[in-house]
Write a new protein. Structure first.
Length: 112
């Protein structure tokens, strides 16, 4: 399983569409162990591009603070599960919490 999240300086950022990088974490769902992590520079911002790009990187799940409805729909079209309301902070902890079923989420702060 591969999880992705928008990041800035290797920390989850609340600004999904303008994140300068994305963190990708390959995990073994059976053991809950992170096997690989990498941070890739995001492509230049263009409406609708990020869901396609993240899916092309092999992501199965996206953890994000907020996201517009169009982006959520595009991720779903690519078979990527979207989890919204994730707080900014340590992406490794967010992945571990997600795998353990303990990821705290709140409202989607994005209104577009």
């Amino acid at each position: 399983m591969r999880l992705a999240m928008p990041c800035e300086e290797n920390q989850i950022t609340e600004h999904f569409g303008h994140a300068p990088q994305f963190g990708f974490f390959d995990v073994d769902p059976a053991t809950g162990r992170i096997e690989k992590e990498e941070f890739l520079p995001a492509p230049p911002h263009q409406p609708g591009l990020l869901p396609q790009w993240v899916a092309a990187q092999g992501a199965d799940v996206v953890l994000a603070s907020g996201m517009g409805g169009r982006a959520v729909a595009l991720f779903e079209q690519h078979g990527v599960t979207v989890v919204l309301g994730v707080a900014a902070g340590d992406p490794r902890k967010a992945v571990e919490d997600y795998l353990q079923g303990n990821l705290a989420t709140g409202a989607n702060p994005c209104d577009h």
